[in-house]
Design a protein around this ligand. Structure first.
Ligand SMILES: Cc1cc2nc3c(=O)[nH]c(=O)nc-3n(C[C@H](O)[C@H](O)[C@H](O)COP(=O)(O)OP(=O)(O)OC[C@H]3O[C@@H](n4cnc5c(N)ncnc54)[C@H](O)[C@@H]3O)c2cc1C
Length: 390
């Protein structure tokens, strides 16, 4: 359904209020989950507004691996081809052991067609631009520099107070605001964040010609790897074991990352020589979260990392987030009452997301114990699970 979007914020508010009772939604967070849920809902006839905290909508500059289920879900939204065109399609993960010897190859399921790549590496800002453009094309209003400050259930509607002082009364509130979700707290849904004694690094580098798939190198203390994100770029990943959560000064990032990479044999020496520009290096704690209790209250729900955040080792958090958006729109389309649709959504998603989070936690534990070979079948099992329909 085409929307005529008012140009001033007063007119916008009046417009949203005029939609009271209709299929209207506020989504909090314009990340992978928020933008894809907005696109799927708008495609199903919902009028959607996103409140995004970041004023610029900018994302950190490292890359992401869109695995088969992510591409399959993006294909439903008509976005897989764009991601493959701007990213880097690939199908194989090559494992290399601590001594630099080959330790096996995983050929991942090709979920969008036998002749098409199983997955795609892509720079995060590129993925964000593609998702954002499609959401806006479908009439979604994205408001940046705004968050939600209060939520009240008001009969069949949710009353959402925004940080700019305006109020929305909508049929649906979606918290897609990441692992530290505020909406989760505002809905009274609580979970703990678990830290796994690991910090992960990402650094953008020129793509070496031999890097046509994911390479994973086990090290004596840490593990490392490379993921192509375009014809010309790749990102290096490193998992640092046995560390406390900490923030390093920017000037120390490149020297420290190069020092960690010194401990690896073989091709990692070449990767190490490519790590140079400090602004392309990020270091984050390995945190996971899983909402054991309800994910929804009244007509509010949390999706993506706000409900289930796996460790990055499974490279599947974005896939789960995109699937969430599709399944949410599907179940809301099947049920007249929003609350019933949300129950059905959570029912379909809970076990798949729990297993994935648990698998990622087990992999992190084996890595800390230097039992790298045992992580390969677990990673494979995780990808096979995700190959089943969402
Ligand atoms: C180092 C690292 C590497 C990873 N690699 C991969 C990978 O290769 N493949 C993969 O599938 N997954 C990967 N993941 C996981 C993936 O990044 C997440 O699962 C995914 O981004 C979750 O999407 P989301 O939209 O739920 O949350 P986010 O991406 O965190 O987006 C949340 C959005 O909400 C906004 N926001 C936050 N708080 C508020 C608020 N109060 N009000 C309004 N807006 C708010 C944020 O600014 C952001 O735009 C990785 C994670 C990490 C940490």
């Amino acid at each position: 359904m085409a929307l005529t979007v008012p140009e001033t914020s007063g007119a916008l508010e009046a417009y949203m209020n005029s939609c009271r009772g209709a299929r209207t939604a506020v989504i909090v967070g314009a990340g992978v989950a928020g933008l894809t849920a907005a696109t799927a809902l708008a495609g199903a006839g919902w009028q959607v507004e996103i409140a995004e905290l970041s004023p610029s909508g900018a994302t950190s500059g490292w890359g992401l691996c869109l695995t088969g289920p992510a591409l399959r879900a993006l294909a439903v939204l008509g976005l897989a081809d764009g991601c493959l065109a701007e990213g880097y399609g690939m199908s194989v993960i090559t494992h290399v052991d601590v001594d630099g010897e080959p330790a096996g190859r995983d050929r991942l399921p090709r979920l969008i067609g036998a002749g098409r790549p199983a997955m795609a590496g892509i720079a995060r800002p590129v993925l964000h631009r593609i998702l954002h453009a499609e959401a806006e094309r479908r009439g979604v209003i994205v408001r940046q520099g705004v968050t939600v400050t209060a939520v009240d259930q008001d009969g069949e509607l949710v009353r959402v107070q925004l940080s700019d002082g305006t109020v929305r009364q909508v049929a649906l509130l979606v918290g897609a605001d990441g692992i530290r979700s505020s909406v989760r707290s505002l809905l009274g849904l609580e979970t703990s964040l678990d830290f796994h004694g690991q910090m992960v690094w990402r650094a953008l580098v020129p793509r070496p010609q031999w890097a046509t798939g994911i390479h994973h190198f086990a090290g004596k203390a840490h593990s490392a790897g490379l993921v192509p994100v375009s014809v010309s770029q790749a990102y290096v990943f490193v998992t640092e074991n046995g560390v406390k959560q900490s923030v390093l000064p920017e000037g120390e990032l490149v020297p420290r990352l190069r020092q960690i990479l010194e401990g690896f044999p073989g091709r990692v020496a070449e990767i190490r020589s490519l790590v140079s520009v400090p602004t392309s290096v990020v270091r984050r704690p390995v945190l996971t979260a899983f909402l054991e209790g309800a994910w929804n209250r009244g007509n509010g729900v949390v999706i993506g990392d706000a409900a289930h955040a796996p460790a990055p080792q499974m490279a599947s958090g974005a896939a789960l987030a995109i699937e969430d958006g599709l399944v949410l729109a599907e179940e809301l389309g099947r049920h007249r009452a929003v609350g019933a649709g949300l129950e059905a959504f959570v029912g379909r998603r809970r076990q798949r997301c729990r297993t994935l989070v648990e698998t990622s936690v087990a992999i992190a534990g084996l890595e800390r114990a230097q039992r790298h070979r045992e992580t390969y079948p677990l990673t494979d099992a995780g990808h096979r699970l995700m190959a089943a329909p969402a």
